[in-house]
Ligand binder design. Structure first.
Ligand code: ADP
Ligand code: MG
Ligand code: MG
Length: 253
């Protein structure tokens, strides 16, 4: 069993006007095999939490801690975080010129495991994961993120997750609107990994719709840089019906 523990996390983002405080004391503990949904209005700091866990240099942790089985995640480089078993979907969001999906995946797998995967099983695993995602085999030869559509980016993200078998996966569904196809790909991929591994999930989302496909164990409502309310899956149903109004009113009162 593994545990990812976020304690009283405060984070500021670098802006032209100087550092701007965004996260204002986040407390969250995730155990292996559990799915936590973080939901909240736009601008509440959900993506900032994801970027902070990913080690993005623009996001400065001003206080608090993040640990994985007692190891200080905040002291780790981005690569060390991946080797420790954290999967952060936005870790490599940029185009990687001249590197094919296939090479990229093998390099990442080798870096995380500390040894190259056995070629025959690896080829079989990649093929199987791509089939499960209904991906054209030619996709493996394309350069990472070069001209990827929104749906292809999502598929690539889930493909990485399925092959790298992380201890914890942090998926920020961004508010840019997944179409129904992409939503299904992400949901099915998460459910497959949930069923086959002991991965813990942090699923960050503005909309409740993905939670019709993935049942979280816990729902946390994020408002104004911290968790304002927590509950089980029924909380997502309530948010679907009521929206975030009641939180916004109390946050500005
Ligand atoms: P969410 O993902 O919940 O929509 P974000 O974490 O993206 O929220 O943003 C939280 C707040 O931080 C917003 O007010 C946003 O404008 C601000 N913010 C986030 N990143 C940056 C940045 N790189 N520069 C300036 N402001 C930022
Ligand atoms: Mg946003
Ligand atoms: Mg966001």
């Amino acid at each position: 069993m593994s545990t990812l523990e976020i304690k009283d996390l405060h984070v500021s983002v670098e802006t032209k006007e100087g550092p701007k405080p965004i996260l204002r004391g986040v407390d969250l503990t995730i155990d292996s095999g559990k799915t936590h949904a973080i939901m909240g209005p736009n601008g509440s700091g959900k993506s900032t939490l994801a970027y902070s866990l990913a080690g993005h240099p623009k996001y400065q942790v001003t206080s608090g801690s993040v640990s994985l089985d007692g190891h200080d995640v905040l002291a780790m480089s981005v690569d060390e975080r991946a080797r420790a078993g954290l999967f952060l979907a936005m870790q490599y969001p940029v185009e990687v010129p001249g590197v094919s999906v296939s090479n990229f995946l093998r390099t990442a797998k080798t870096a995380i495991d500390g040894e190259a995967p056995a070629l025959r099983t690896w080829i079989k695993d990649v093929k199987g994961a791509m089939e499960a995602l209904r991906m054209d085999p030619a996709f493996a030869e394309r350069n990472v993120n070069e001209g990827f559509s929104g749906g292809e980016k999502k598929r690539h993200e889930i493909l990485q997750m399925e092959l790298l078998k992380p201890k914890f996966a942090i998926l920020d569904e961004t508010d840019s609107g997944l179409d129904v196809d992409a939503l299904r790909i992400v949901s099915e991929g998460v459910n497959r990994v949930k069923g086959n591994t002991d991965t813990g999930f942090l699923l960050i989302t503005h909309y409740t719709r993905i939670l019709r496909y993935i049942t979280p164990d816990f729902v946390h409502v994020f408002v104004d840089g911290r968790i304002a309310e927590e509950g089980g899956p029924e909380l997502a149903d309530r948010l679907e019906n009521e929206g975030y109004d009641r939180f916004l009113t109390s946050a500005t009162a």
